[in-house]
Design a protein around this ligand. Structure first.
Ligand code: ATP
Length: 972
């Protein structure tokens, strides 16, 4: 069900329809949130359909459109959002902002209105800027939500259709399958072992069984009524159909939606880290201010007011305004970039976990492979066949020893193909235009069985008419098989029905006690079991996926096992036994072409890949080798059964080496994830089914498949792959790493200007005033006010550096602001900037004779020119530094000096600002500036190249050292 700000449409437009339907759809008259209409549940499914003005073929498209006009969209109103005015004001009321308000006020009181204004202006500009950043971030996340629309499968006009969940109307017939999220309140009209998880409604996590029978009992709460399903719940097992009763805010979920929407947004570890960091730096700034104040007052004997201004400059210089919103924006931008690379991240904090992911647990089918199956071998006990043709077009033939075969030529082959075809739910649609491909609806594993049957000359429609399905025991990853029961036109040996089972060969063989050989049924022997499994292993070792097909005649059971006549008594335990084995269908599922490169990238990036698949060990190992997950012979293939017998200690030992988990039940993923987490790894896990949900939740990054995944898996996950492709996880990890390093670059940049702002003051203080103050407080504010911000912002948008995947995963305990960043900011970049500033200052003094101007002589033009040069020196040094901050080791020339447009614009802006402040007379007085001469600009223009050249030399040295280490390592 969609979520949107909307008025409750159901109540508004319920007119003109059958009065009963109106009451059903809108809730009882009077608007109270009363009970669901009783007669819908008390009556039979057919009568319920009639009451809702629909039938088994659903509504026509026109009727659906008409009902939508009347009842509106199936949407839940969002809870009221925080008012934008409050959001705006909050940027002016946090700790740092309050400090600046107070500081400004003191300046006014002390008779320094210019300073007071400037400090307040800094505060206002930062507040507006922060609000804008936050707004952009929230827009980016909102846009992302829209990329994840919910769908529902319905029957309209007698055809299956996929519609947006928000377009469901009362009377629509929903098709429910395992893992589907139910999008409206509905009455069940058909159920095949349908079980629903209603924990969103009543907190009960055990699934509730749902039937299509009438429920006349009294005294049941809505959730207890077994023929009703509710919006917001999900199908945990089986499948069924249900006719929609209520939509949107009229549903049970709508009534409680406001409760669930009011959940607080949790701050991510990175945001918490930054909160702490900001507070620490603020305290540090206050201490610096106090120290400078005392020095000025007691060492240089400046008057109180001067000392205060001086200290204030230091405090403002050090406070990292704008840090938090910029980080939020960087995260949001990264999330947007990831979505362009097919990875939709649901929460911003997942970006960080992605950046430090050290192990990816991935399934195989569809993620590492294309999930485009083609049967290329068929095996029966009397003959082995090859199948030609690739893809879902029924073009190709079945052959054995050079001769073509049709199904009718071999009764075992015929039964194998028929069983494979009948026991499945996939559909194929032929292309309408020339050159297009066949479209698959449903499971590709099942679709390819239709194709192999067609290649054998079987007509699916004719076969389904001849042997209509009367019951399905759906596929479950746990059972690794499925069964369908079909009615026979005429009794065969007294049997009126036949059950076809298809599934993992070892499972099917285990349950079979007979086997077809040359058209006859003979008892299954151990020798035959071994023969079948040897054939299976030979295919699997080639990376093929193998399914076995078996059948069982039901009715007069030849094995003497009485099977109840009632279909409702057909459960897997009753039906899937005493099977007659027919044969194997082996299918290829080629690896995705881009996966091998992504696996190699993971290796370089120190990320381990653990394959956890439901498929057979040999198939899994073969694919793992082919795409490079496994190298050399040192591999443990652990089956689900072996894992269940394994202690934690042993599991951890296995996990330290190369390992592939095969034939795993989804529930077992959770154990592997937990073991890896106990070993200190940051784990990303893929999943698509209902049973994958616990592992997806437990993982540091749960990754659901957007195409093949169920709604339940998508809800449990942190990230959804829109193309189900393993390579997209690696792309997201790369972005995750990049955003973290970008935030660090940003931090490095805004911290590094602190040193050049502080050093001139320190020189003045430590010289006891002999060197006149080279940078005034107003000039410090200029840097904070305008020149620093824009280029800094550009750093947050840098694309991932080429080397970002050459390093091991980040230690999640490592702080954003570590010693290395501090040293680099203050002692390396900071000193370069300080040198540039001070050289500029002394140069003016030297060229014009040492004026030794005391503070009182602020009017001296040479002195003012010198301080202007200090200011401009810092700004021009920052131009170089912003370029230096863009990469850690890579040469900035390699990524293109001008490749980041935002930075270039920022630089142009800051130069323009400086020129403006020096030439515009009214501002000259305020900021203590004079216009600079061309010689000054020549000097200033030399600063960025020098600053860049020095850092480039260091980066080159770092690169050479890393290469030497790598060579040394590989030589060893
Ligand atoms: P992965 O876990 O990597 O996606 P998988 O598709 O093999 O691999 P499951 O879907 O859990 O994992 O399937 C487990 C096994 O069940 C398969 O290897 C296959 O033998 C069998 N199987 C898969 N799909 C069907 C199906 N539709 N009908 C019957 N058996 C199936």
């Amino acid at each position: 069900m969609g979520t949107q700000n909307t008025a409750s449409p159901q109540k508004a437009a319920a007119d003109g329809l059958d009065p009963h339907l109106r009451q059903v759809a809108s809730g009882p008259a009077g608007g109270e949130s009363g009970d669901l209409p009783d007669n819908i549940r008390r009556t039979t499914a057919d009568a319920a359909l009639a009451l809702l003005g629909t039938g088994p073929g659903g509504l026509t498209d026109e009727e659906a459109a008409e009902r939508q006009r009347r009842y509106g969209k199936n949407l839940i109103e969002s809870a009221r959002k925080r008012s934008p005015v409050l959001a705006f004001l909050s940027n002016f009321t946090h700790l740092m902002a309050i400090l600046l308000w107070v500081a400004g006020a003191i300046a006014f009181v002390a008779g320094l209105p210019e300073l007071g204004c400037a400090v307040w202006l800094v505060n206002i500009i930062n507040g507006v800027f922060s609000f804008w950043q936050e707004h952009r971030a929230s827009q980016a996340t909102e846009a992302l939500k829209k990329m994840l629309p919910a769908y529902a499968n319905v029957i309209r006009g007698g055809r299956e259709q996929k519609v947006l969940a928000e377009d469901l109307v009362p009377g629509d017939i929903m098709l429910l399958a395992e893992g589907d999220r139910i999008s409206a309140d509905a009455r069940v009209i058909a159920s095949s072992d349908l079980q629903v998880n209603q924990s969103t409604l009543n907190g009960e996590s055990n699934p509730s069984r749902k039937t299509s029978d009438a429920v006349p009992e009294d005294g049941l709460t809505p959730a207890e009524i077994p023929n009703l399903v509710f919006a917001g719940t999900s199908v945990s097992e089986g499948n069924g159909r249900a006719v929609v009763l209520r939509i949107g805010m009229a549903t049970e979920f709508g009534k409680i939606a406001n409760l669930t929407q009011n959940m607080e947004e949790v701050r991510s570890p990175l945001q918490r880290d930054l909160d702490r960091l900001t507070k620490q730096v603020t305290v540090f700034a206050m201490c610096m201010g106090l120290a400078f104040f005392s020095l000025s007052l007691f060492v240089v004997h400046e008057p109180f007011a001067q000392s205060f201004i001086f200290a204030l400059g230091m405090v403002v210089a050090f406070i990292p305004e704008g840090l938090l919103p910029t980080v939020t924006l960087s995260l949001a931008m990264a999330v947007q970039r990831m979505s362009r690379r097919n990875a939709l991240v649901k929460k911003l904090d997942s970006v960080e976990a992605l950046g430090s992911t050290s192990v990816i647990c991935t399934d195989k089918t569809g993620t590492l492979t294309q999930n485009e199956m083609t049967v290329n071998h068929l095996w029966t006990a009397s003959r082995e066949y090859g199948v030609t043709g690739v893809g879902y077009a029924p073009e190709g033939r079945i052959e054995s020893e050079g001769a073509a075969y049709r199904a009718v030529d071999d009764p075992d082959l015929e039964l194998l193909l028929e069983g494979g075809l009948l026991c499945g739910n996939a559909r194929l649609r032929a292309p309408e235009e020339e050159g297009r491909r066949y479209e698959v609806y449903g499971d590709p594993t099942e679709a390819c069985l239709i194709v192999s049957a067609q290649k054998g000359g079987i007509d699916p429609a004719e076969l389904e008419r001849r042997m209509p399905r009367v019951k399905e025991l759906p596929f479950e990853s746990r059972r690794k098989r499925m069964t369908t029961v079909h009615a026979l036109e005429e009794p065969v040996d007294g049997a009126m029905r036949v059950a076809f089972t298809k599934g993992a060969p070892n499972e099917v063989v285990r349950l079979a006690d007979r086997v077809r050989v040359g058209g006859r049924v003979v008892p299954m022997t151990d020798g035959m079991r071994e023969r079948i499994m040897a054939a299976n292993d030979a295919y699997a070792a080639d990376g093929l996926r193998v399914l076995a097909v078996a059948y069982r005649a039901l009715g007069a059971d030849a094995a003497g096992e009485g099977v109840p006549a009632s279909l409702s008594a057909y459960t897997p335990d009753v039906i899937e036994r005493h099977l007659t084995f027919v044969g194997l269908e082996a299918m290829m599922d080629p690896p995705r072409p881009e996966v091998a490169a992504a696996v190699a990238e993971c290796r370089r990036a120190g990320i381990r890949i653990v394959m956890i698949t439901g498929d057979y060990g040999l198939t899994a190992a073969s694919i793992a080798r082919r795409i490079g997950i496994v190298e050399g012979d040192d591999l443990s293939v652990i089956s689900g059964f072996e894992l269940s017998k394994m202690g934690d200690e042993e599991l951890r030992a296995k996990l330290a080496g190369q390992v592939v988990f095969a034939r795993m039940a989804p529930e077992q993923k959770l154990r592997v994830v937990s073991a890896l987490q106990e070993m200190g790894e940051i784990v990303a896990v893929t999943g698509d089914g209902v049973n994958d949900a616990p592992a997806l939740k437990k993982a540091d990054i749960g990754v659901a498949m957007g195409v093949a995944g169920t709604d339940v898996a998508k809800e449990a996950a942190d990230m959804i792959l829109t193309d189900d492709n393993f390579a997209s996880i690696v792309a997201a990890i790369e972005e995750g790493r990049a955003v973290y390093s970008n935030i660090r670059k940003f931090l490095l940049y805004i911290l590094n200007s602190n040193a050049p702002e502080a050093v001139p003051n320190a020189v003045y203080l430590l010289s006891g005033g002999a060197v006149p103050l080279p940078l005034t407080t107003m000039q410090i504010l200029t840097i904070d006010l305008g020149t620093d911000m824009l280029p800094a912002l550009g750093l947050g948008t840098e694309p991932p550096e080429a080397t970002v995947m050459d390093q091991p995963p980040r230690d999640p305990n490592e702080r954003l602001l570590n010693r290395r960043v501090l040293v680099k900011a203050f002692l390396w970049y900071g000193l370069m900037g300080s040198a540039a500033a001070m050289v500029g200052y002394f140069l003016v003094n030297l060229l014009n004779g040492w004026p030794a101007v005391p503070l009182a002589g602020e009017g001296d033009p040479v002195y003012i020119q010198a301080t202007t040069m200090t200011l401009a020196g810092i700004v021009f040094a920052q131009i170089g530094q912003v370029m230096n901050c863009r990469t850690e080791r890579t040469s900035v020339f390699k990524i293109g000096l001008l490749s980041n447009r935002q930075i270039v614009v920022g630089i142009v802006f800051e130069v323009a600002l400086i020129v403006f402040l020096t030439v515009f007379p009214p501002l000259q007085g305020v900021f203590h500036t004079v216009p600079l001469g061309w010689q000054d600009y020549v000097f200033l223009c030399c600063i960025p190249p020098v600053v860049i050249a020095i850092e480039e030399a260091r980066k080159a040295w770092l690169r050479r050292r890393a290469a030497r280490r790598r060579d040394g390592g590989s030589a060893r």
